[in-house]
Design a protein around this ligand. Structure first.
Ligand SMILES: [Zn+2]
Length: 451
């Protein structure tokens, strides 16, 4: 077999690996490059392969940096199939169509304000193309082998988010593993990652290859922040990612209320996307820790605001309340409208619940800026800015090493470190070389590995 690294090298985005045998070609993951402009530009460059010759795409999970390029393949003539776990297929429809809609809106905005060097800026793909691409998806189960040409494929759950899997491909008497994004054994929402089956080569994610998560109790922290904000008579604004984080935060708030650890107050989930995703988590509850009753309880207690009118009506709400809304790094979404109301009020708190990438509003607010620009208007930041650590859905380097130790891997296995920033990859390689007997490499973008 041959593996071509078409993304996910030297960066945490754009995961895309071509696996080839004499007769079969498949892509493992098909993600968008995100973040810096020089990376995003790669989404517009043609892949160095004939898309018509790709027999199938296999997705580890639904996050756009692993799945969001499939509509581009569709646009360029690919007609499938795309294999992924049932829950991943459901999540992909929400994520891809939302991504298509945002790209159409961005292209329109750039055109209207003459901000593009192109006369008529085009979206990378449209909502309609995303919807059509989704029809290529075929749902598969965990731990059930299936075949594409002469390659046998199996998905094993790895926590992280609903439907997330590691993938093992087998052909020519060799086995290659793709870790996908690996979750944490003590995750409050997801089940622990299952051990990696034995493989000859493992492409291992390295997102937190140079970091250890702290051990604070997020439930305790959340209770304190909610109680303090309520006592001050303020509003708690929680910018949240739609997949995973919004569901966990709802559950934590409801548990705290039901156990009497925080006062009862209105809670709004003001994100149509997170509402749809919450429904998918409820339907697939056997793949995470929450029971059907716990999911139903969140829906009972929390007010889901779908329409713009319902969202606007939240502004009429008097007294302490909680608003969970996208986006997670405050780069867009309905949370910005609530910022306009409440950011200048010292009684209020903004609680970030996840990773804040450099350059985003979230990162700037965490650094303590006094003013922040929203829709062209400078807003004073008088609300308290807090963050909830301990909710990360990615294993840190010790947790990754523990996962490897719990898997039945041979000492001679070769590890290819992917999905990390350059410094992180080097630090993680040194850690693994010092603490394990595995052979460890860092592949280059577009490089080829023969197995
Ligand atoms: Zn992910």
């Amino acid at each position: 077999m041959r593996v071509v690294f078409l993304g996910g090298t030297e960066t945490v985005t754009g995961s895309k690996y071509l696996v080839e045998t004499e007769n079969t070609r498949i892509l493992i993951d098909c993600g968008l490059f995100q973040g810096y402009k020089w990376l995003r530009r790669r989404n517009w460059q043609p892949l160095p392969l004939d898309i018509a010759n790709v027999d199938a795409v296999i997705l580890t999970h639904a996050h756009l940096d692993h799945s969001g390029y499939v509509p581009v393949l569709y646009k360029n003539g690919f007609r499938g199939p795309v294999y992924a776990h049932y829950a991943t297929v459901d999540l992909c429809w929400v994520l891809w169509t939302d991504s298509g809609r945002i790209q159409e809106e961005d292209a329109k905005y750039l055109g209207k304000h003459n901000l593009s060097k192109h006369e008529k800026p085009e979206p990378l793909y449209t909502e309609e193309q995303a919807d059509k691409a989704h029809k290529l998806c075929r749902s598969v189960n965990f731990k059930t082998k299936f075949q594409v040409g002469d390659i046998s494929i199996e998905l094993t759950p790895v926590g992280h988010i609903l439907g997330a899997a590691s993938v093992v491909v087998e052909a020519d008497g060799k086995r290659i593993g793709f870790s996908g994004d690996v979750g944490r054994s003590n995750d409050l929402l997801m089940l622990p990652p299952e051990p990696m089956p034995p493989v000859d080569v493992l492409l291992l994610e390295s997102t937190y290859g140079d970091r250890l998560h702290d051990n604070t109790d997020p439930l305790q922290d959340l209770a304190e922040i909610i109680t303090e904000t309520a006592k001050a008579g303020g509003v708690l604004l929680i910018p949240s990612f739609a997949v995973g984080r919004a569901q966990l935060v709802q559950h934590l708030i409801v548990s705290l209320m039901d156990s009497g650890k925080i006062p009862r107050m209105p809670v709004f989930l003001d994100s149509p996307m997170a509402i749809r995703v919450s429904d998918i988590y409820r339907r697939h509850n056997k793949y995470h820790r929450l029971t059907a009753e716990q999911c139903a309880r969140s829906e009972q207690i929390i007010e889901y605001t779908q329409s713009i009118d319902d969202s606007k009506a939240i502004a009429e709400q008097a007294g302490p309340h909680i608003i969970i809304a996208g986006s997670g790094m405050a780069t867009g979404g309905r949370i910005l409208h609530h910022f306009k109301h409440w950011l200048g009020d010292h009684r209020c708190t903004v609680l970030f619940s996840g990773y804040q990438a450099g350059g985003t509003r979230g990162a700037k607010m965490m650094q303590g800026v006094q003013h922040i620009k929203v829709h062209g208007e400078w807003l004073p930041v008088k609300a308290k800015i807090r963050s909830l650590d301990g909710l990360s859905a990615h294993a840190d380097y010790q947790e990754l090493a523990d996962w490897l130790a719990n898997s039945k891997l041979t000492e001679s296995m070769n590890i290819q470190l992917i999905h990390g920033e350059p410094n992180t990859l080097e630090t993680f390689r040194d850690f693994l070389l010092a603490n394990t007997k595995f052979d460890v490499d860092i592949p280059d973008y577009m490089s080829i590995l023969r197995v």
